[in-house]
Design a protein around this ligand. Structure first.
Ligand code: GLN
Length: 460
């Protein structure tokens, strides 16, 4: 037996960041909820989950802690799924408050909280989850958090009691909202449901999978279960990007560039859309209430793995693989069906063959790829009425918006007096297409034959 080859550079990267940041001794463990003060300041876990469901971990990534404010985006997802964005926005805003997590950020007059990531907004959001009783509401929330994590979660009753015993500020927020009409349930019960949601036990891997579910368009990357609709995931990630890090949200987006959410127990989770869910846990907090080690770790990992949202993405393979024309004077490469032709016909094709053009594309055609393809078509279409062969044989998928763009272009090309011949894309029912062929050679032969028919002198 030989040792397995060490391929796992992702785990090595996490372990290296973990080793380097463990000696960091800054920050204070939260103590305003007495039970949280018992946390070990040296607990430090990092976890990352890919969209393929692979989990990578370093340090104490399976140590449990209460989810606290990291629950907020996931309960927001539940409320959004039930109410829809417009109704949700009537009750809770989507604006970064720039205030601390426990601030009284309520709109003048309406009492509407600024966003669902601060406590006021979260208490309101929690209590918008439809349920017949507070107990049923808590159960629905626990079910949703469990689905996001991909395993059955439980409530830490000690932390719950500890927060309930000291949670007057949150009750005060609930009372203020109730007085202003922005909270319709009983304020004391509203705060209790919120305290229970904050007291759900998770570990660092759970947090990575939860953010990974949002990054994966609402489908848990490990269990493959759809937890929320893709549109809901997009909406939640948007609020996380602008409001997830409270009064440090701007600096966070600048330095880390990922939608994220932190909590006072030391949890922090971030989503790299279509790539990763990533999380940290370490109890000592900075003055804004976010984990000190976690913030530095996310900064380093975002840089190391190139995850900043505003990065120019790596260029994909070229969409347009070939632009050409028949004849000796055409632009691009010269294309021909390769058919045997008598000398007179060959001469005609040499002279006027540039009225037959070919554009070939490959891969997934989304909006930017369609833009490139249309640009190539526009430059290739001949001046005189001609034949436009479009080879989509190696196109793997046409997004709806790209399908509309291409169909529209074919109709216009045909209205301008050209014949469009298509190879591939059999599932698309575009107007403006004069012929479909099984191969590029057949399509070009069809175009050449039609051109020759027009050019040959009439028999006498
Ligand atoms: N349960 C905590 C509170 O409401 C959550 C706050 C947080 O994690 N930022 O005070």
């Amino acid at each position: 037996m030989t040792d397995p080859v060490a391929f796992d550079v992702v785990s090595e990267g996490l372990a290296e960041v973990h080793r380097r940041l463990l000696p960091l001794r800054d920050g204070e463990v939260a103590s305003y909820i007495p039970q949280l003060a018992l946390a070990d300041p040296d607990d430090f876990g990092i976890a990352l989950v890919s969209m393929g469901g692979h989990r990578y971990e370093a340090g104490r990534s399976r140590t449990e802690f209460t989810v606290q404010s990291v629950s907020k985006p996931f309960v927001h997802a539940l409320a959004l799924s039930e109410l829809g964005l417009d109704e949700m926005t009537r009750w809770v805003g989507n604006e970064p408050s720039g205030d601390a997590f426990n601030a009284i950020s309520l709109e003048h007059g309406t009492g509407r909280p600024a966003n669902p990531m601060i406590n006021a907004g979260a208490i309101a959001t929690t209590n918008l989850v439809p349920a017949a009783s507070p107990g049923e509401r808590s159960a629905r929330i626990l079910d949703t958090l469990s689905a996001f994590a991909g395993r059955r979660l439980t409530v830490d009753e000690d932390v719950y009691r500890s927060e309930a015993a000291t949670g007057d500020r949150n009750r005060a927020l609930a009372y203020l909202m109730h007085a202003a009409g922005s909270l319709r349930t009983d304020p004391v019960e509203a705060a209790e449901v919120y305290f229970r949601q904050c007291s759900v036990l998770v570990n660092t891997v759970d947090l990575a999978v939860m953010a990974g579910t949002l990054a994966n368009g609402g489908v848990n990357p490990v269990t493959r279960e759809r937890v929320v609709a893709e549109q809901v995931a997009v909406e939640v990630l948007s609020v996380m990007a602008t409001c997830g890090m409270y009064d440090a949200a701007g600096d966070w987006l600048m330095r880390v560039g990922l939608p994220a959410k932190s909590g006072v127990s030391g949890g922090l989770t971030a989503a790299s859309p279509a790539r990763f869910g990533i999380a940290c846990y370490s109890p000592p907090l900075d003055p804004t209430g976010s984990t000190v080690r976690g913030v530095v770790a996310l900064r380093e990992l975002s840089r190391r793995f190139g995850m900043h949202l505003m990065h120019h993405p790596a260029p994909g393979a070229d969409t347009v693989t070939r632009v050409g024309a028949g004849g000796s004077g055409g632009t691009g490469t010269r294309v021909s069906s390769g058919r045997e032709r008598v000398t007179a016909d060959r001469d005609l094709l040499d002279r006027d063959g540039d009225r037959v053009v070919l554009v070939a594309a490959r891969g997934e055609v989304d909006f930017p790829a369609a833009e490139r393809l249309l640009h190539a078509l526009a430059s290739a279409v001949p001046l005189a009425p001609g034949w436009v062969v479009v080879d989509l044989e190696r196109v793997t998928h046409v997004r709806p918006v790209a399908g509309l763009m291409l169909g529209n272009a074919f109709e216009r090309i045909s209205a301008a007096g050209h014949q469009v011949a298509l190879v591939g894309a059999a599932d698309q029912h575009w107007g403006g297409v004069a012929a479909r062929h099984d191969s590029v050679e057949d399509a070009l032969a069809w175009a050449e034959d039609a051109l020759l028919y027009e050019l040959r002198p009439l028999p006498r």
